[in-house]
Design a binder for this molecule. Structure first.
Ligand SMILES: [Cu+2]
Length: 122
């Protein structure tokens, strides 16, 4: 009888320790908070428009413009200092990380009627 109790205790310990190891390794696979700290927003340049034309982001967010038109475009800050993609051909992309809060209106140098705005929050 004692031997059976001893065997059952050992079996229970093995089950418990196996569950512990499985749950500990599962916890490792969860994404870290750091990966979400600097998110990326994408703005498509399509049909001679920025899509979406107006975005609101948090400071530290990276904005990525992708030209989906066959015509070349730019994403150029109206003040011409904050950021300027330069000429983006078909399929080309440009990224800028916004570190300061404020309103950042921009346009396309080649087609000045193309306008967009990034609002950066603290
Ligand atoms: Cu353009």
């Amino acid at each position: 009888m004692r031997r059976i109790i001893l065997l059952m205790t050992v079996a229970a310990l093995v089950v418990v320790s196996t569950l512990f190891v499985v749950s500990a390794s599962g916890a490792h696979k969860q994404p870290t908070a750091k990966a979400q700290k600097h998110p990326t927003r994408t703005v498509l340049i399509k049909g001679f428009r920025f899509k979406p034309a107006h975005i609101t982001i948090k400071r530290g967010t990276k904005v990525r413009w992708i030209n989906k038109d066959s015509t070349a475009h730019t994403a150029t800050a109206n003040n011409r200092r904050s950021f300027d993609s330069g000429r983006l051909g078909k399929g080309q992309r440009y990224s800028h990380t916004f570190k300061r809060a404020g309103k950042k209106p921009y346009h396309c140098k080649i087609h000045p009627h193309m306008r967009g705005r990034v609002v950066v929050k603290r």
